[in-house]
Design a binder for this molecule. Structure first.
Ligand SMILES: Cc1cc2nc3c(=O)[nH]c(=O)nc-3n(C[C@H](O)[C@H](O)[C@H](O)COP(=O)(O)O)c2cc1C
Length: 180
């Protein structure tokens, strides 16, 4: 079955290791016949959740006017969501956490996605140094009853821009996309 795959990248850098891995995942997924769309959060106007609970009302829409609403619509309609983030102080980047906080409107709506992949890049060569970030995404996934963490791709030891191109995770990202 051909799937709708939404890739969301959350790095601050124009040459981003986590985005390089995400692009490789996307290449594999496209070759497998899936429909892939990428959203780069760095290019988006995205405010913090203000905790007002307006989204609990009938329409389940956020009252803020920025770029997040269409992203949420795409997330809700995707079969697969791929998050790609740098590791910042053992956690996901603030950009990604800000988006996850803003997903409250789709928490109240039916969502299609059942598989979530997590891609990360970090300087530390020890993969376990990414566990806090994975736990954070896993906790978010647990709020969506039909979703599961389908896989993680860890670019552990990728530091300088472009390091991911020669990292073993580069191939693993392609394979994961190909078999998504
Ligand atoms: C603010 C900041 C905090 C960081 N904290 C960590 C960390 O805790 N662990 C780690 O392995 N790398 C850390 N790094 C390094 C980045 O994760 C690494 O350079 C990664 O390749 C960046 O991915 P990107 O190119 O996709 O942005 C940090 C970098 C920055 C700028």
């Amino acid at each position: 079955m051909h799937k709708r795959i939404l890739v969301i990248t959350a790095s601050a850098r124009p040459v981003s290791n986590s985005e390089i891995l995400a692009d490789e995942f996307a290449r594999g997924a496209r070759e497998a016949g899936h429909q892939v769309e990428k959203i780069r959060l760095r290019d988006k106007d995205m405010h913090f959740c203000n905790g007002c609970y307006d989204c609990e009302a009938d329409e389940h829409r956020c009252s803020q006017h920025d770029d997040v609403a269409p992203i949420l619509d795409k997330m809700a309609d995707a079969d697969v969501i791929v998050f790609a983030t740098p590791i910042y102080f053992y956690e996901m980047s603030g950009r990604l956490k800000t988006l996850l906080d803003r997903t409250m409107p789709i928490y109240f709506r039916p969502c299609r996605f059942s598989e979530v992949y997590f891609i990360a890049a970090g300087t530390d060569s020890n993969e376990t140094a990414m566990q806090a970030a994975i736990n954070g995404v896993q906790a978010w996934i647990s709020c969506f009853s039909d979703a599961r963490l389908a896989g993680t791709i860890r670019g552990a030891g990728a530091s300088m821009p472009g390091d991911a191109r020669t990292h073993s995770a580069f191939h693993r990202a392609y394979v994961a996309g190909r078999s998504a």
